[in-house]
Design a protein around this ligand. Sequence first.
Ligand SMILES: Cc1ncc(COP(=O)(O)O)c(C=O)c1O
Length: 380
Amino acid sequence: MQSMTKTTVTSGQPALAGLVGNTPLLRVSEPLAPAGRGFWAKLEGFNPGGIKDRPGLHMVERARARGELRPGGRIIESTSGTLGLGLALAGMVYEHPVTLVTDPGLELSMTRLLAAYGADVNVVAEPHPTGGWQQARRERVQRLLEQHPDSWCPDQYNNPDNVAAYTPLALELASELGHLDVLVCSVGTGGHSAGISRVLRQLYPELTLVGVDTPGSTIFGQPARPRLMRGLGSSIYPRNVAYDNFSEVHWVAPAEAVWTCRQLATSHYATGGWSVGAVALVAGWFARTMPADARIAAIFPDGPQRYVGTVYDDDYCAAHGLLVSPPAAEPEVIGRVDEKEVARWTRCATVVDPLTLRDTQGNVVEDVVSDESDASKESR
Ligand SMILES: Cc1ncc(COP(=O)(O)O)c(C=O)c1O
């Protein structure tokens, strides 16, 4: 076990919570959409740590209110970054020590930043023999919870407070845009797509919710594979994904996300990581194909800082074959989420919970925890 130095939080900083939310909206048009058309990008990278500052603060606040997290109790979670930043912030606001369990795939810059924000970054050195890094991290979290009697784990994949945390974001969109036809969200735990759409559907019942995932992610029923892209996608089936709310899903491959991120950077001085590139590609397509007056919003979860060594690094991208031609003008279309294994930008207009799918023998798909190790290592 390798553990970074930790800084003990000695006094709460409630005012810091006021820095979260009310993020700006940016109009994105050419070259991702034709002249005169475009979409609105909600720039969650303007929160101090990114989009997960919202659930980090909310999950901690609710757990304290219910007495699940006692004053001064340790917050322990397995995270590969963005939620770690949110929990480090929540720890500072509410005076809780924070332990974040990661693996060697976490970017060194992120590890250092989390430690600088006072978190105890606990790096698992070896993958679990069968369950890989993800399982190794889960087991480490379990052990740490047993070692610290007053500790608490937010469990962002299944905690309904992760979803509820996005009500303010939905209301910000509603008050800024007045009406919304299409909402495009990347999906990892499912938290922000579920939380924003739940509120906006009450206001705009005809809203089209579009989920954006990546090939090799199981969330929408594709087989689990090692993945380069982080943030969106998963190798498990998070219960916070609101399958019924989605009108369609798009899978976007790494080279397509890189191309879009770089287009955004040169044209709009605004960009972010893998999920931003993927979401922007899909939102641009809606802006091209919907009626000109359709109001489209996309959630940009973070900014570009974390990706200077990947998405914006020519050597990294060349080594991974990501500096190829621009994405196709149209996605490939499949009729069922399990019709074929997707490898490039692909769209499916029927979304189902994969745990209700049956394989060719008629068996229900098993919930799996598979190894994300290669993905983590690749994105170092
Ligand atoms: C950068 C980034 N993009 C997208 C997502 C997906 O968001 P959600 O977990 O709300 O589905 C995450 C989740 O951690 C993320 O960190």
